[in-house]
Design a protein around this ligand. Structure first.
Ligand code: BGC
Length: 801
């Protein structure tokens, strides 16, 4: 329901034009302009969505790292998504944040999308239900959600400028649908995207007014994506808040009102919406913020990771019995250095991370667990372990960072505890500094040659014991924030070190505006992986597997693959990981592969391994979730929220590169499983698929009013989770429709031997199609019910008036 702002008008009337102009753009990177005259404090906004980073990108203020969006969606669990939102609210308040920039509810149009890991699903209904639950979980705990990016920001290539050509039906039925549901859930804010739709950039696009405001009754604030406001035309459009601020495109705003280019009433409307948002989050005097429910952070992160873990294939080797195994090989770079989240603005800095190796050693405490890296996955420089570095000034673990003006004057210093550093807002005077100096004392644990260096966008020099070893200028590809700033190139030099003999390392970076955002800087100082012969690494891993009763290989992507600002170019596992799995499987030792990726990857060896578990980017408790699922301490809770292809060539949408600036959504309403069904093509694993450790019978399904009631029995010997999925079909339709489409779903947790009935609402709108308005075609639909889009044992005839 649209809220009134009448009671806020007296506050609006107290404001000068200058104050109003300041309020509708940020005061800085993450906050809005405070106006104490009317009792308004600054609002703080923060990424999200899988945790809350807070206004500083700083390891000294760690955040809960929850599983990424695709893992959340794999739970198919609306209640879990609500609690995930509530957990984000609790984190937000702990960090002084009022507005979380999430959930990301663009669709998995193509598995190549760089931010696929951050989005939920290829299906609009699954995305809409879970996205809306996240919004309610946040907001019922007093913190604003910002579903993003409105709209059609489903891939990253040329994201600032790409013009998406999408027909109205696909826009309504697919891409807008999750936003519509988020507004129904009461979203207090929405983020407008960088891209254009049908020729108009989203911060100026009519879609902000219609359907968002006029049809859906959105009463919140449209926040721009960072720097997405391009001109004063965004004022007349329903773009409410330009972030970060002050926005260069609106520098002339006050003058533009005075000379009649811009209507003051348009600004007033935005101000009222921002005041309403402030009232909702308790930033306006006299308004109280709701206090979030208490959170057991790591228990929730572990539960969410388990519920998002998909057992793709199992010959019966799983679950493993810890009491029966004495020798286990754990193999893979990601087993030790797991990726718990994707790259880009969604990054949060967890206090600690449980790797699969750590957790498997815990779970198999009485077994001999042997680890081999097998194949190098992470490319480029990785930060120094904290235990190996000492701050030369304080003597504590860490490093000293100094910010120097052009004349060498020290402007600011920080004592940090990590050598992967990002300044993106916060207190450091990046803009005023000419040189940034990092100083630390590194104590090697092994003797030999290391590849010492940095990853960054700025020219850098590295000294070891005052001797210059590296002096280089990174070559940047593209100018996008993500590519140039959050995933910059690495430069290294070979340096000989001795175990136990500390060396003083000083690195100096010259600040230049090189494709990044002014006032932002990122640099990682550290060591690149050793260049051991890849065949030798594989041979060592195979030898470890041969000597073991079971081999667990954790494969995955690296930070250069799934991130923001660019798309993937293929679906392959990086490096020699496919060869590694083949070699391990060829030993004859039962091989369990755990995939640590936020999006589908090609698994060409699938038929030769005993089990495959998709663990996604499982958050800081990823390792525990993997061990719980492998040992059967927990049921694998996940079902695929997106079709898993066998090869890139089979993927329905495999080109996300704009042509002359345009990206054509020519497939219309058929993305994801809808396209696979239309083409009668076989994926590696279908949408909705995921195995458990018990057995089920599908007993009955029938209609009661506007709901379907489905009865299932757990016929196995242990408690299990079933995700009951309901798809509609309409063979005699007068319009072109998908072969079938998801209309509802529910989770059933059922004890061994028990029967459960779930009730799934199917409002008429789920059957409707868009013709310029929503039309429900009368006649008979078939509702097909089962455990995936390809496993549908029950059918219900559904007649619609
Ligand atoms: C991303 C947004 C994010 C914003 C602030 C942008 O580059 O697209 O999702 O919220 O940065 O970090």
């Amino acid at each position: 329901m649209t809220a009134t702002t009448d009671h806020l008008r007296p506050l609006l009337e107290k404001l000068t034009l200058e104050q109003k102009a300041a309020l509708i753009q940020g005061a800085d990177f993450w906050t809005t302009t405070p106006l104490p005259e009317i009792g308004l404090r600054a609002l703080t906004l923060s990424d999200g969505p899988a945790g809350v980073r807070g206004p500083r990108w700083d390891e000294r203020e760690p955040s809960l790292n929850m599983p990424s969006g695709s893992a959340l969606a794999a739970s198919w669990d609306v209640d879990l998504a609500y609690r995930y939102g509530a957990a984000a609210a609790s984190e937000a308040r702990r960090k002084g944040v009022d507005v979380v920039l999430g959930p990301t509810i663009n669709l998995h149009r193509s598995p190549l999308g760089g931010r696929h890991f951050e989005c939920l699903s290829e299906d609009p209904e699954l995305t809409a239900e879970l996205g809306a639950a996240y919004v309610r979980g946040l907001q019922e705990n007093g913190v604003a959600a910002t579903p993003k990016h409105y709209v059609a920001n489903d891939s990253e290539t040329d994201r600032f400028t790409v013009d998406v050509e999408v027909d109205d039906r696909a826009l309504r039925e697919l891409y807008l649908a999750p936003f519509e549901r988020a507004v129904e859930a009461g979203a207090w804010s929405i983020m407008s995207a960088y891209n254009s739709v049908d020729g108009v950039t989203m911060t100026e696009n009519e879609l902000l007014e219609d359907p968002l405001n006029s049809e859906w009754g959105f009463d919140g604030v449209v926040v721009s994506d960072w720097t997405a406001v391009r001109s004063l035309d965004a004022i007349a459009a329903a773009q409410d808040l330009a972030m970060p601020g002050p926005a260069p495109a609106w520098a002339d705003l006050v003058a533009a009102v005075r000379d009649g280019r811009v209507q003051e009433s348009d600004i007033d409307r935005k101000v009222l919406r921002i005041l309403l948002l402030a009232e909702r989050v308790g930033a306006l005097e006299g308004s109280d913020a709701i206090v979030p429910a208490p959170l057991d952070a790591s228990a929730f992160a572990r539960e969410a990771a388990i519920e998002g873990t998909v057992l793709l294939q199992n010959s019966g080797v799983l679950p493993l019995d810890p009491a029966a195994l004495t020798r286990i090989a754990v193999i893979g770079h990601n087993a030790k250095d797991a990726r718990t989240q994707g790259g880009g603005s969604a990054t949060v800095l967890p206090e600690s991370v449980v790797s699969p190796l750590d957790a498997l050693c815990e779970s198999f405490a009485s077994a001999d667990v042997r680890y081999e890296i097998g194949a190098v996955v992470q490319e480029g420089v990785a930060e120094f372990p904290l235990a190996a570095i000492t701050n030369p000034v304080t003597g504590e673990p860490g490093l000293r960072v100094s910010f120097l003006a052009a004349d060498g004057t020290e402007l600011f210093t920080e004592d940090r505890r990590a050598t992967a550093l990002v300044w993106f807002g916060g207190d450091a005077p990046i803009g005023a500094s000419r040189t940034i100096v990092l100083a630390t004392r590194f104590t090697p644990t092994e003797t030999g040659e290391i590849q010492l260096g940095f990853a960054g966008a700025n020219p850098g020099r590295v000294f070891v014991d005052d001797k210059l070893v590296l002096d280089d200028v990174p070559v940047l590809e593209g100018t996008d924030l993500g590519a140039a700033f959050l995933n910059p190139p690495s430069l290294t030099a070979a340096v000989r070190v001795e175990a136990g003999r500390p060396v003083d390392i000083r690195a100096e970076f010259t600040r230049e505006s090189r494709g990044g955002i002014d006032g932002a800087l990122s640099v990682t100082l550290g060591i690149a992986p050793e260049r051991t012969d890849p065949d030798l690494l594989i041979a060592r891993a195979a030898e470890a597997a041969r000597a073991a009763e079971v081999a667990v290989v954790v494969v995955g992507t690296n930070s250069a693959v799934e991130s923001e600002g660019y798309d993937r170019v293929d679906l392959d596992l990086p490096g020699r990981q496919d060869d590694l799995v083949r070699a391990v499987a060829a030993t004859g030792t039962p091989t369990i592969v755990v995939v640590n990726a936020g999006s589908p990857v090609v698994l060409p060896w699938a038929s030769s391994v005993a089990a495959i578990v998709q663990g996604y980017f499982g958050g800081q408790e990823f390792g525990h979730a993997v061990a719980d699922v492998l040992t059967g301490a927990a049921e694998p809770g996940g079902r695929l929220p997106t079709t898993w292809p066998a090869t890139l060539a089979d993927v329905p949408v495999s080109d996300v590169t704009p042509v002359e600036g345009r990206l054509y959504y020519d497939e219309g309403i058929n993305i994801g499983y809808r396209a696979w069904l239309k083409n009668a093509a076989e994926p590696a694993f279908p949408f909705g698929h995921g195995l458990g450790y018990t057995q089920w019978s599908w007993d009955a399904a029938h209609r009661t009013g506007d709901t379907v009631e489905v009865t299932v029995t757990n016929t196995g010997a242990r408690t299990g989770k079933q995700v009951v999925q309901v798809y509609a079909e309409r063979t005699d339709s007068s319009v072109d429709r998908p072969v079938r489409w998801l209309v509802g779903f529910a989770v059933a947790q059922v004890a061994a031997g028990d029967t459960a009935t779930v009730t799934i609402p199917v409002p008429a709108r789920r059957l409707a199609h868009w013709t310029g308005e929503w039309v429900v075609e009368p006649g008979t639909y078939t509702l097909a019910v089962g455990s995936s889009v390809a496993e549908l044992p029950l059918r219900v005839e559904w007649t619609q008036e």
